[in-house]
Design a protein around this ligand. Structure first.
Ligand code: 8GT
Length: 127
């Protein structure tokens, strides 16, 4: 399973969303995104997922990190894309429980899934 997630920066902060109850890793925070569908371009997937789940419009800037993780019931290849906001629409909670704009130095206060660890370190190193 391929997952595309967005690293959206605004005024030195990065967007995190919280997973809905009843989903895999419920309650965890994450970089918004989701599964890439069959035949879908991962960059299109991250834009689509963020529109569906948060109502924001994004433009992909670059790939920032790749991670592979073996969960108990599935293997996940995560593609993290640096994205910029393409409009000034506010984040809405369509498919997420809540959101936060977080300073890199505060990312440790938000429980993120294990495969996100290296990305967190990169962001904290200012990259
Ligand atoms: N969006 C996102 N997903 C992540 C991150 N880190 C990470 O391990 N994941 C995992 O990647 C998968 C994303 O899939 P998803 O959000 O479309 O859906 P899901 O598996 O809950 O969907 P499902 O219940 O329909 O099968 C989840 O298993 C999630 O735990 C992250 O930072 N952002």
């Amino acid at each position: 399973m391929i997952v595309a997630a967005a690293v959206v920066k605004r005024e030195g902060r990065v967007l995190l969303t919280r997973r809905l109850q009843g989903t895999h890793l419920a309650g965890f925070w994450e970089f918004p995104g989701g599964k890439v569908e069959e035949g879908e371009d991962p960059e299109a997937a991250v834009v689509r997922e963020c529109r569906e789940e948060c109502a924001i419009d994004l433009e992909v800037v670059d790939v920032i990190e790749v991670a592979f993780h073996r969960y108990e019931r599935k293997d996940v290849l995560l593609l993290f894309y640096e994205c910029r906001l393409a409009s000034d629409r506010e984040v809405q909670h369509l498919g997420v429980a809540e959101h936060a704009w977080v300073l890199p130095s505060q990312l440790r206060d938000y429980p993120l899934p294990p495969p996100d660890e290296r990305l967190v370190r990169k962001l904290q190193a200012g990259r």
